[in-house]
Design a protein around this ligand. Sequence first.
Ligand code: DER
Length: 240
Amino acid sequence: SVLEKSKQLAAWSAVDEHVHPDYRVIGIGSGSTVPYVVERIVSQGAEANKNRVFIPTGFQSKELIVSSGLSLGDVDQYPTIDVTLDGADEVDTQLNCIKGGGACHLREKVVAEAAQTQVHLFILVADYRKNVEYLGTNFKAGVPIEVVPFAYAKVLQNLHQVLNSPKASLRMAVAKAGPVVTDNGNFVIDAPFDLEIMKEPYTIMAQIKMLTGVVEVGLFCHMARAAYFGNQDGSVTVKW
Ligand code: DER
């Protein structure tokens, strides 16, 4: 499909550009675009990959690394990562992004930060739907917020009554009765905000993060070094 082709295009371009032969520690994100990242890295050959370790950002990411025959590393062992490639739900013109559509944003942010230094790189790969001027333009589900189960009702109340997100809701599972449970054993709340608020993602991220019981917020601000988008016409857009 055009959509899958655009994901592959973004992923292959980002890998070709940023996964250098001498890069040994590589962070692998979550979602439906990163399998194309791993596919392209595998295609660099066994020789190129034999001395590399790959750091997962959750269960799906770990399974992808293992099933692709790549070596698994742990972020405890490799606190500094050469490059991390990850998907996103939306990316604005400043490279701020919404992440957490796959409920993996806590470990994704830890692994992204490990790559976010002067030298190392956190790179986003996404299809054309994610390339927006302001967050919240296409992605209407709201900001994903990982919360400890004990506190979820209180966080919901604060989002409704204090942070002006009346539609904030607990993310319910589809193939399981009850709420989605993250790889860390927590719940996810999706909190939609007005477009005006989403024009200052760092501000709302900080306000959400201060709520008692919030573990991590699916807004990654000033972290990515570049974003690669596959377009419907087969071209690639790169935002720096
Ligand atoms: O949940 C996440 O942050 C994932 O990276 C996800 O948002 C990526 O989405 P995708 O399936 O469109 O690649």
